[in-house]
Design a protein around this ligand. Sequence first.
Ligand code: GLU
Length: 373
Amino acid sequence: MTDGANNGQRQLGKLRRVVVKVGSAVIAGNGRLRPKVITSVAADVTALRAAGLEVVMVVSGAVAAGYAPMGMASPPIEVVERQAAASVGQHRLMGILSKAFKKHRVHVAQLLMTPEDIENRRRFISARHTLQTLIRRGVVPIINENDALSDDENKVGDNDHLAALVTGLVSAELLVILSVVEGLRSDGGAGPVISQVEIGSSIDHHISHSKSVSGVGGMHAKVAAARLASHWGVPTIVADGLSAGMLPRLIAGEPLGTIFLPREKRLSARKQWIALRSRSLGSLTVDEGAKAAIIERGASLLPSGIRAVQGHFSMGARVDLLDLEGRTFAVGLVSYSAHDIDRLKGRKQSEVRDILGFEYIREIINRDDLVVL
Ligand code: GLU
């Protein structure tokens, strides 16, 4: 952690396009939308646009705004109740957003996305074209997950993650996550806000696992989103969304909240695509030798280094690579199915043909299909 900013100001470089994510807890409290806060966010976004920036929003709050009108006292736990609440809350949310932007003569558009819209190349490109067209026409796209139709098995999950995916989708240069927390605090949330963090530095002990009542993600999800955004070479700022005027101040370089700076170089388009697929279909636990070879030498994953296979997946699926402590350190596309990998794990290269009756390729995951996180 360093405070590398000049005169205390952050240098954000030339910004053209920004993704702004607003969390449920900012948008709604106790099952009611907060029109005042939404009005002030709309004014802030309008100020960015006036400064020449293109803004794409990811706004949560469908469930948070939907459960009270359905007669529930607290956010529902049961999946189908959440889906129903989201369908009540989503249009209420858009109603207030659209009214707030109308004051500034700005039109908004609603896009409700599912994991398939990211994973399926064709839908991905289609979403990108729609968003580009909206931006070109001066409309503010407002994205949420299609919560009403997504059960838990098939869900992006938290909107911090969705916002990071959208940042890649629209090739934005900055992701801003507006939350009810002021930023990443040191000492597990008890200390002061850390102004700047480099992705990949030892920040994990600062991450508090607590969540706001209506929020889904918590700080853990925000750091994970920042990590994902760093794959596109994009910084992420987490800041207080309840404070009016926050966005223009951030864009002007005021060191508010926490900025997560990408350290690594931008990934190649192919590796971005692998990292971008919204979820893994399973995981492979590998030994220390394989982990070191992958991280330090950029090696491929061979059968001998694999200890365990989790999940059912076929060839080409994205899986997480876990170390022996269960931490995900890479993702990659497998060259064999879960069933075949299970038979090959721990075995020598030369045994592959004997075990399977065929040998398709030497590596379980080729280095070109691996992304170290
Ligand atoms: N999509 C959910 C909603 O709008 C929120 C997910 C999140 O807050 O991360 O209610």
